[in-house]
Design a protein around this ligand. Structure first.
Ligand SMILES: [Zn+2]
Length: 55
């Protein structure tokens, strides 16, 4: 199941409050400004900078 557009529209990067890019196939939310990739676990976005992956 993918994240709903309603949820995606309110999600922002916790570090910079910027928009996130959702990748449904990778199950990640990416902040291009911070170069951080947040995981989505069981359809719940893990919006923690400490848990995000740098790229
Ligand atoms: Zn950010």
């Amino acid at each position: 199941m993918a994240l709903s557009s309603d949820l995606l529209s309110i999600l922002v990067c916790p570090a910079c409050k910027g928009d996130l890019a959702y990748d449904a196939s990778a199950n990640t939310l990416t902040c291009a400004a911070c170069r951080l990739r947040y995981k989505v676990v069981d359809d719940i976005p893990v919006m923690l900078v400490d848990e995000a992956e740098k790229f």
